[in-house]
Design a protein around this ligand. Structure first.
Ligand code: NZQ
Ligand code: ZN
Length: 389
């Protein structure tokens, strides 16, 4: 196991109706003039936004509103938010929504206190200071409620890039599983896929002897295999929603990733798909992740056998370990299809002829590549080609 620091300062406020306590937590973490940031309307329609506003009013917290965050959030709205915060002297950003809203809020939080262009942070500059961010989560997926990460798309050229810093970790996150009951099945499944992908990016490692995090990863994956079909069949199943919601946080605040080298190539490959086609991140991952697995399987067949036997219940064939490994990948893909995810380019709406563009934007030969298997541009192209089928 490698050395590590684990810092996860976010206060998680979990359970039914807890969004009504939002004002109290904003105040606790120093907010007096708040920007409420939200998406395209789901939080308005469900009445959540009104509840949040009421709880701020009860605590005497002044607020301003900026809605309209799109999935795969854009830099243009972040600039607008930065300007609004400076103009109104805002001291706290409250994200009410999913990963896109939270990431946009983090971009604003970093940008307000920075003299340069906030986009610098998405081109390698480290965020050291940001306004405090609080969150009311409405979809279990990106795990941004517990992470220091933010992913923004530059509208010009649709360039999707990430930044990460402990300064961006939310001060608090409200997780009420009931808020996710209004999600369409497709979005629920996209979120589930992302949660599993966050675990796999950490599970496939060259670091030996990390049994504790291996087992934690497997617990999250097996929970997702059990609970996802349950919420798809019964969207109002509170306990299944609750298990998925906590799994989404655990999958990405890095508790399942410490002590080991991680990969993240599937996310890199996917961000180019959602950048180019504006598809849901989870849907892009459903197409890319099994293709990546097929491509890298031979690098460590026994690790894939561990996944196949422990997570997907495949019987180990000691005479042909690769067969066992590949059966695990096949079962993962079958699971994704069963929950309504696309599993190839055609189902996602991606085009084989765009592969050179995807590879060029990815720029893996510039050194941005993962830790399990280093990929060249040609390797990336091959993974996209596997995903075509
Ligand atoms: O905009 P509204 O109207 O709210 O609709 C959203 C959106 O259309 C809808 N939705 C959310 N909660 C709902 C709901 N609809 C009905 N009822 C609810 N309760 O769902 C759609 C998707 O929302 P979005 O926020 O885009 O989903 P997600 O949480 O999957 O976030 C995706 C973004 O996060 C990034 C992705 O790349 C993508 O841009 N990621 C961020 C990470 C991070 N910051 O740590 C890590 C991830 O790997 C990921 O890259
Ligand atoms: Zn993700």
């Amino acid at each position: 196991m490698n050395d590590f620091n684990f810092y996860s300062p976010t206060e998680f406020v979990f359970g039914r109706g807890r969004e009504c306590e939002t004002g109290r937590y904003v105040k606790k973490y120093g907010g007096s003039r708040v920007l409420i940031h939200f998406g395209g309307g789901s939080a308005v329609k469900s009445g959540l936004l009104d509840k949040v506003k009421k709880s701020l009013e009860e605590e005497g917290v002044a607020y301003f509103e900026l809605g309209g965050v799109k999935p795969n959030p854009r830099d243009t709205l972040v600039y607008e938010g930065i300007e609004l915060c400076r103009r109104e002297g805002i001291d706290f950003i409250l994200a009410v929504g999913g990963g896109s809203v939270i990431d946009s809020a983090k971009g604003i939080a970093a940008g307000v206190v920075y003299e340069g262009d906030f986009w610098d942070f998405y081109c390698g500059k480290k965020v050291v200071k940001a306004l405090p961010v609080g969150v009311v989560v409405t979809i279990s997926a990106a795990g941004s409620e517990g992470s220091g990460d933010s992913v923004i798309t530059k509208e010009e050229g649709m360039l999707k890039r990430a930044t990460g810093s402990d300064a961006l970790r939310p001060r608090f996150s409200v997780l009420d599983p009931e808020l996710t009951m209004t999600l369409p099945a497709y979005q629920t499944a996209c979120g589930a896929t992302d949660i599993m992908a966050h675990v796999f990016e950490r599970y496939f490692t060259n670091t030996k002897e990390v049994e504790i995090t291996d087992r934690l990863c497997e617990a999250v994956l097996m929970t997702m295999l059990r609970e996802t079909p349950r919420v798809i069949a019964d969207p109002k199943n509170y306990d299944a929603r609750a298990n998925i919601m906590w799994a989404g946080m655990v999958a990405h605040n890095n508790i399942v990733g410490v002590g080991r080298e991680q990969d993240w190539n599937s996310h890199g490959l996917e961000h180019e798909l959602s950048g180019l086609y504006d598809c849901a991140h989870g849907a892009g991952l459903a197409v890319i992740m099994p293709a990546w697995m097929e491509f890298v399987c031979k690098h460590d067949v026994m690790r894939f056998c561990q996944m196949a036997t422990r997570v997907f219940g495949v019987d180990m064939d000691f005479t042909d370990p690769e067969k066992t490994a590949r059966e695990g990948i096949r079962r993962f893909r079958t699971f994704l299809h069963s929950i309504g995810m696309p599993i190839n380019f055609a189902e996602l709406g991606a085009k084989e002829e765009d592969i050179p563009v995807l590879v060029e934007k990815l720029g893996v030969d510039d050194g941005r590549t993962g830790g399990f298997v280093h990929l060249s541009s040609e390797d990336a192209a091959e993974i996209y080609r596997i995903a075509v089928k």
